[in-house]
Design a protein around this ligand. Structure first.
Ligand SMILES: CC(C)(COP(=O)(O)OP(=O)(O)OC[C@H]1O[C@@H](n2cnc3c(N)ncnc32)[C@H](O)[C@@H]1OP(=O)(O)O)[C@@H](O)C(=O)NCCC(=O)NCCS
Length: 157
């Protein structure tokens, strides 16, 4: 069952998206970065997952690089996890990638982020390469890729 509606974000969502970001990451994106993106959505797409009462339960960010789309961010509030919210966001990003004519989606994930790695594996991502010391705190990133269309939505009711 779909518990959220997926929609595009705008600058009016800035404060809530920043709150979601801070609730989800030890090293959240800076507010000014979100603000800058949302003021000029030329190169990126922000999608939000809106639950009952208008609550933004999660959001994600996608950009385009030639024939690849690139998932820049994905975050779901702790109290909304394991309900298919991230999967719904990825269905939206899958559709946008197809519209862009992309053959592949790429992303980086922390080596230590087993939950996210399990999530991405389930929807079709596999290992491509490793970026040593990619994050500001020195942690390595796994570079994952998946063919478009993603294997997402198959298990959602
Ligand atoms: C990773 C994250 C986005 C997943 O969001 P979510 O809405 O809970 O994901 P979904 O409910 O769509 O999960 C789909 C599937 O992914 C896998 N999965 C998700 N969370 C999992 C967990 N905690 N443990 C194991 N598998 C998990 C499961 O296979 C799940 O299907 P199931 O619930 O039917 O078993 C969320 O945990 C999150 O925001 N984490 C913190 C931020 C983060 O790490 N973002 C990724 C940055 S690269």
């Amino acid at each position: 069952m779909q518990i959220v509606d997926i929609d595009f974000c705008g600058i009016e969502d800035l404060d809530v998206l920043y709150a979601v970001e801070c609730a989800c990451f030890a090293s959240p994106w800076k507010r000014y970065m979100l603000e800058s993106d949302l003021q000029d959505l030329g190169g990126v797409v922000y999608l939000k997952a809106v639950a009952g009462g208008g609550i933004i339960a999660g959001y994600g960010v996608l950009s385009r690089n030639d024939r690849d789309s690139h998932l820049q961010n994905l975050a779901v509030l702790p109290e909304y996890r394991r309900l298919g919210v991230a999967s719904q966001l990825m269905i939206g990003f899958d559709e946008i990638s197809e519209e862009w004519g992309c053959m592949r989606m790429c992303l980086e994930v922390r080596v230590s982020n087993k939950i996210a790695r399990d999530f991405y594996a389930k929807i079709g991502f596999s290992y491509h390469s490793i970026s040593i010391g990619y994050y500001a705190d020195g942690e390595d990133a796994l570079n994952l890729t998946a063919k478009i269309p993603l294997r997402v939505g198959e298990s959602l009711g």
